[in-house]
Write a protein that binds this ligand. Structure first.
Ligand code: UDP
Length: 327
């Protein structure tokens, strides 16, 4: 039974991971400051309400022998906000992660699974994007994540801290059991926003740009089901527990869907008409972001189970109906 500290375990991806680890028989502890997470989303294990800036708390929590590994989901994720207020991003995503890594070193916990992002690549130079693609982030969010990837390379070399950096493309969907889902405040992601327009919690969905160089003119993204992401974390944990070295993987389906295709899928799944309004493009949105996840498939044996867009939207819709009080 692995002993795992999940930092940010009350958030969207973290909460699904905590549930999964609990089901797999791990001893899970969640540390979360509830700045955006929800206490009631932590369905198993111990919960500690605390902040990574609190180094005394980290020193108390990370006692030698208490944890085999740490998974780190606690970061700010809004690109636009990171441009407006970079200090917020560097302080939390970089400085606080350094505090966490420092406490891990002191406690000799040397396995770390890090939530990284496609935003570390910047403007795609080719598609799909594999791990050899140059990393030239174009905003503070992407830079903050890349900085930690680089720190982790140095910490492995100097201190033997083994890490897996998982670069998510577009995390989406919800727990197929209907217990968990996406609850960002404010919500900025396409699929929950489209479904809020379907449920009536929003008047319409805005399409940010229709003049991109794509078949229907709207942006193409690689939506990956939350449970498939969790599976990749579990496989990464097992590989570290078996003594594998540090690794970086791009996680996506390798299949892109346009904004228009997502809206059509939502209409099919919900059976509702969704009001759509064209809006100016959002700065910094590349036309196409699609992952080549061959390496994760080869090395981890990762096989996404929910590659079908309608299935992913159906799970997210079940959750949205619950949030909207429709079920
Ligand atoms: N998008 C949109 N309307 C919205 C929210 C998002 O057209 O209200 C588009 C956005 O421009 C991007 C895609 O949907 O092309 C996915 O955006 P999201 O914010 O979900 O994820 P990102 O790709 O930015 O990580």
């Amino acid at each position: 039974m692995h002993k795992v500290l999940v930092v940010g375990g009350a958030g969207y991806i973290g909460s699904h991971m905590v549930k999964r680890l609990g089901q797999l028989g791990c001893a899970v502890t969640t540390l979360d400051n509830l700045s955006s997470g929800h206490r009631d989303a932590v369905l198993c294990g111990d919960f500690i309400h605390g902040d990574l800036a609190n180094t005394a708390l980290l020193a108390r929590l990370l006692q030698p022998g208490r944890f085999d590994a740490v998974m780190h989901f606690a970061s700010f994720i809004q690109v636009g906000e990171s441009v407006q207020d970079p200090a917020k991003y560097y302080e939390n995503n970089v400085t606080n992660t350094l505090h966490l890594l420092g406490a891990m070193r002191a406690a000799r916990v040397n396995r770390f699974i890090f939530s990284s992002t496609a935003a570390t690549f910047g403007e795609p130079q080719y598609s799909p994007i594999d791990e050899r693609h140059p990393q030239q982030p174009i905003n503070p969010y992407g830079r903050s994540k890349l900085m930690i990837e680089q720190v982790l390379e140095d910490y492995d070399r100097a201190y033997g801290l083994k890490s897996v950096c998982l670069r998510y493309f577009n995390a989406a969907g919800a727990d197929p059991d209907g217990e968990l889902g996406e609850r960002h405040e404010p919500e900025t992601h396409l699929i929950p926003l489209v479904l809020q327009a379907a449920s009536g919690r929003r008047s319409h969905i805005s399409v940010f740009g229709r003049d991109y160089d794509t078949p229907d003119g709207t942006c193409i993204r690689d939506y990956i089901h939350i449970n498939d992401l969790c599976e990749a974390h579990w496989l990464s944990l097992q590989s570290l527990m078996q003594g594998a070295g540090s690794q970086r993987y791009n996680l996506g389906n390798g299949q892109g869907f346009s904004v228009q295709a997502v809206i059509e899928a939502a209409q099919r799944v919900t059976g509702r008409t969704i009001a759509v309004q064209d809006a100016p493009l959002r700065e910094g949105d590349p036309a196409r972001l699609v992952a080549d996840a061959t390496l994760a498939r080869q090395q981890l044996g990762w096989r996404p189970q929910f590659a079908d867009l309608d299935t992913l939207v159906r799970h997210a819709w079940a959750w949205e109906q619950r949030m909207a009080g429709l079920t």
